[in-house]
Design a protein around this ligand. Structure first.
Ligand code: BES
Ligand code: ZN
Ligand code: ZN
Length: 490
């Protein structure tokens, strides 16, 4: 990936040869029109853009010849009023459609500095590509982005956007890496490397330490693999921080289902099952890099879920470090087993808020599709996340934890089962119920459970469909922006 030079200019620039100039087209009184833009488009005044194929459909791209060898890119703006996230998407779509062009000038109809900043973010996010395994790398040629905007963001804001996008891209790299290269030890090593110089402490618990600490979920899921599991803990503790945010991430480096084996098609793509852990780890590092004044502890629960002679059997019962017992009826519901350890550890610190991120259930995809994150939680968890996602522009929807579904986790012999085999009822919500059982209390007598939010990112974590907006194929790095936003809001 080439590094992008970003420049923001608050006036028109002369058109030059080989450079692409992006402007929006919308409709006004049913007629297609070039929308307000600092891009010089006077040569198009008498051109019938519609006849040349331009459309106002959101993200629709039309390339036109501009004066003196310049290139115009007319982008459909849709027919709604545009918010920052839509500017982010439009800029991303433009950047993805540049082919071999090296320089682009973007003049979208933004009218606030936050919208201009969104354009920058969209361009940076869309520029990501993953070519690690290609013997012949056909990389993007883009090197320079100039954003034309009447309202210019502060350079500190641009730097912050760059830091956040870099963190997102590191998540994408880890998720896109093949599971024969990315497994618990290498996951831990990569995190440790990324953490260097960021002013955080990193702890890596190996299988011995996990045993000593009674992290039975991670151990139970990991024991079918020849690659032993890990817990990675990153702590950022700035002096004077008044609030403590705990993050917990699901880090299944590959999910075969274990002995409750997934069918071939269902197993495809399961390298992405460590997205939650990568997301919370890099979010913590981004928060540290931004020097936000909030204490953050991230717990990454990392294991490979494999079937073997040493694997956990359906019917095995495990006992957690908080005393709770779980009968494992389905070894494919492994995410909640490893997350339970992280939630217990996080709860012991009595943080102000716990957020967990996991590709937890196929049910989340059934319920919400593949672009929206499912949110469940207790206390202020829900509201805090909804507000943060509104600011970051990421799609998230609050779901209930209906009381009656809790009964689906009742066990004859242990405190709970991890899943009722063959009953897909409210699968995402039952997953939420299971996790909730492991969220601690400030004071159990007073029944004041720690504020908690659970993000099921099984849908949007990876894009297997066509690219859209700033999202290409593969890992998306979704929810990292929202986590940083939460840290800011605390
Ligand atoms: N990693 C999967 C979740 C998943 C499934 C993501 C399909 C994307 C597509 C998780 O470990 C899993 O297998 N969940 C089970 C839970 C069930 C057994 C309660 C599921 O959703 O089928
Ligand atoms: Zn599974
Ligand atoms: Zn899984």
């Amino acid at each position: 990936m080439t590094k992008l030079n970003i420049e923001v200019v608050n006036k028109s620039v002369p058109l030059s040869s080989g450079v692409a100039y992006v402007f929006g087209v919308g409709s006004y009184k049913d007629k297609l029109q070039i929308s307000d833009s600092l891009v010089e488009t006077s040569s198009l005044a008498k051109v019938d853009l519609k006849a040349l194929g331009a459309k106002t459909t959101f993200e629709h791209m039309t390339r036109l010849q501009g004066p003196d060898g310049s290139i115009y890119l007319a982008v459909g703006l849709g027919d709604e009023e545009l918010n920052d996230e839509q500017f982010r998407q439009l800029a991303g779509a433009a950047v993805r459609n540049l082919g071999d062009i090296e320089k682009v000038v973007i003049g979208l109809p933004t009218n606030s500095s936050s919208a201009s900043l969104a354009v920058i973010e969209g361009a940076l996010l869309a520029h990501y590509e993953f070519t690690e395994y290609k013997s012949v790398k056909k990389s993007r040629k883009l090197t320079d982005v100039t954003v034309l905007a009447r309202e210019v963001p502060f350079s500190a804001q641009i730097d912050e956007a760059k830091t956040v996008v870099e963190a997102i891209n590191l998540v994408r790299d880890m998720v896109n890496t093949a599971p024969n290269d990315l497994y618990p030890q290498t996951f831990a090593a990569l995190m440790q490397k990324a953490a260097r110089g960021k002013g955080v402490t990193v702890e890596i618990w190996d299988e011995k330490r996990l045993t000593a600490e009674k992290c039975s979920g991670i151990l139970s899921v990991g024991k079918g693999s020849v690659r032993p599991p890990r817990l990675v803990k990153i702590e950022y503790k700035p002096r004077g921080a008044k609030k403590h945010l705990a993050l917990v991430g699901k880090g299944i480096t590959f999910d075969t289902g274990g002995l409750t084996l997934k069918p071939g098609l269902g197993m495809l793509g399961m390298k992405y099952d460590m997205t939650g852990a990568a997301t919370v780890g890099h979010a913590a590092l981004a928060i540290a890099a931004l020097k936000l004044n909030v204490r953050v502890t991230a717990y990454m629960c990392v294991a490979e879920n494999m079937p073997s002679g040493t694997a956990t059997r359906p019917s095995d019962i495990i006992k957690y470090r908080n005393g709770k017992t779980v009968e494992i009826t389905n070894t494919d519901a492994e995410g909640r087993l490893v997350m339970a350890d992280g939630l217990i550890l996080a709860s012991e610190q009595k943080p102000d808020l716990i957020i967990d991120v996991a590709t937890l259930t196929g049910g989340a995809r059934v319920a919400l599709g593949v672009r929206t994150t499912g949110l469940m939680g207790v206390g202020a968890g829900i509201d805090t996340l909804v507000e943060a996602a509104n600011k970051s522009g990421e799609a998230l929807w609050a779901m209930p934890l209906p009381k009656e579904l809790r009964a689906l986790l009742n066990s004859e012999t242990a405190d709970m089962v991890n899943s009722k085999l063959g009953d897909p009822t409210g699968s995402m919500l039952v997953g939420g119920h299971f996790l909730k059982e492991f969220v601690g209390y400030h004071d159990r007598e007073k029944k004041n459970q720690i504020d908690w939010a659970h993000l099921d990112i099984a849908g949007p974590a990876s894009n297997d469909g066509a690219p859209f907006g700033y999202t290409g194929k593969g890992a998306s790095g979704v929810m990292l922006r929202t986590l940083v936003q939460v840290a800011k809001s605390l």
